[in-house]
Design a protein around this ligand. Structure first.
Ligand SMILES: [Fe+2]
Ligand SMILES: [Fe+2]
Length: 261
């Protein structure tokens, strides 16, 4: 092997480790966003179920939850994913072809969230107790279900696909510039911006889903989603840690989940 070839081959593992480290940082951010989003979706589902019976209490929480979705998830998380998918498009157009639907869903989802937030604020309390409240509650429930389905498809196929096809230069570009974190990660900051929502989300689960004497289908779904959230968070963390140690970077750099990006 010539000196030049030897230098080139010695550089390869380091380049791969940098690429993997940058990819792990970016994907960790996206998965943390999903965890925060999932918790807020659970609260939206709990509040829509009492919108008709207790609109005076449910509406302010729902208003803050929709504002959180529009300010953080739709504006920052989806923009982050759109950038990721645009990079995939340049590297592997066939994979992007399937991602295109996700990008469209970002736009449609934002329009739906804006419309629901507007209707929620404009509809008088008396009408929320009637048919208008019932219709709005159904639409909020559908929005929650569709958003959960969207996240599942992203995590099951497209996040992994992105990690497979993107190169070090892609991850470097994606990590350039400010990387705002989900305000839900900082309880004080979250409570300052979304006080009612933060207060509700800090309660034990039985207070969110109602009395537990006889679990309804909605309660059981909420419990199952909560368990799934915890399992997903643990799995992500385990995969991140395993990946870091497999690459031999766990002991000499930042720990996963504490990247400050
Ligand atoms: Fe998305
Ligand atoms: Fe997402």
């Amino acid at each position: 092997m010539t000196g030049r070839a030897a230098r080139k081959s010695a550089r390869k593992p380091a380049t791969r480790a940098h690429r993997d480290e940058a990819a792990a940082r970016y994907m960790q951010l996206l998965r943390e966003d999903h965890a925060g989003l999932s918790r807020v979706l659970r609260e939206i589902d709990a509040q829509q179920s009492v919108l008709q019976s207790a609109p005076g209490a449910a509406r302010p929480v729902l208003a803050e939850a929709m504002r959180y979705l529009l300010v953080y998830q739709h504006s920052i998380h989806h923009a982050r994913e759109d950038q990721l998918f645009a990079r995939v498009r340049a590297r592997e157009p066939r994979l992007y072809h399937n991602m295109h639907r996700l990008v469209r869903e970002h736009r449609v989802g934002q329009e739906v969230a804006e419309r629901l937030a507007g209707e929620l604020s404009r509809t008088p309390l008396t009408q929320l107790r009637g048919k208008a409240g019932q219709r709005l509650a159904q639409q909020l429930h559908q929005y929650v279900q569709k958003t959960r389905d969207h996240m599942r498809r992203e995590e099951a196929v497209f996040y992994t696909g992105s990690e497979r096809v993107l190169r070090a230069s892609d991850w470097k570009a994606l990590l350039t510039g400010p990387m705002p974190r989900d305000p839900a990660r900082d309880p004080q900051r979250f409570a300052a911006r979304y006080p009612r929502l933060a207060e509700r989300m800090s309660r034990p689960q039985r207070d969110v889903t109602g009395p537990s004497d006889a679990l309804s289908g909605t309660d059981l779904r909420a419990r199952a989603e909560q368990v799934a959230e915890r399992c997903a968070a643990l799995l992500h963390r385990a995969l991140d840690v395993a990946g870091w140690f497999a690459r031999g970077v766990g002991g000499r750099s930042r720990t996963p989940g504490n990247d400050g990006g």
